[in-house]
Design a protein around this ligand. Structure first.
Ligand SMILES: [Zn+2]
Length: 147
């Protein structure tokens, strides 16, 4: 028996056990496989990066997206909200730059005055903070902010 991680056309992942690779192909060809979550028969082997277990793949999350295309009023509105969010953070919080992880920990462990701060942290640093129970929120950056 071999096991494959399978994926339906709705993006559900599940494991399937087969006698061998050919048995999998036969069952797909006969539409004998269906997704346990939604019943879709459009099932295929999930793409996996070599050497990385499927489960830990999920932790990397969705890569940041970029948007282009026709001007959409809704997108403009949301960008305006992001801008307001950044403005609010900048108005009310103290900028600590790359000392952010250090300062966030001090505040969390009550070693310093409790206040809002913002600054720079890498994805790994932010994840470490979250794992320690320190609440951090990503503040989106707009391309124009780099001007
Ligand atoms: Zn499904």
């Amino acid at each position: 028996m071999i096991s494959f991680t399978l994926c339906c056309d709705n993006g559900h992942e599940f494991d399937g056990w087969f006698r061998n690779g050919a048995a999998f192909d036969e069952q797909v060809a006969a539409s004998a496989l269906s997704c346990p979550a939604c019943g879709s028969e459009k099932v295929e082997k999930a793409l996996m990066a070599p050497g990385i277990p499927a489960k830990s793949n999920k932790k990397t999350g969705t890569p940041p997206g970029v948007y282009a295309g026709a001007p959409d009023p809704k997108v403009k509105e949301l960008i305006e909200q992001v801008r307001k969010l950044r403005q609010h953070v900048e108005d009310t919080a103290e900028y600590v730059g790359d000392k952010f992880p250090e300062e966030a920990r001090k505040i969390h462990y009550e070693e310093t005055e409790k206040r809002g701060i913002f600054g720079e942290a890498s994805v790994e640093e932010a994840r470490e903070l979250l794992e320690e129970g320190v609440e951090v929120l990503p503040v989106p950056t707009l391309p124009e902010d780099h001007n």
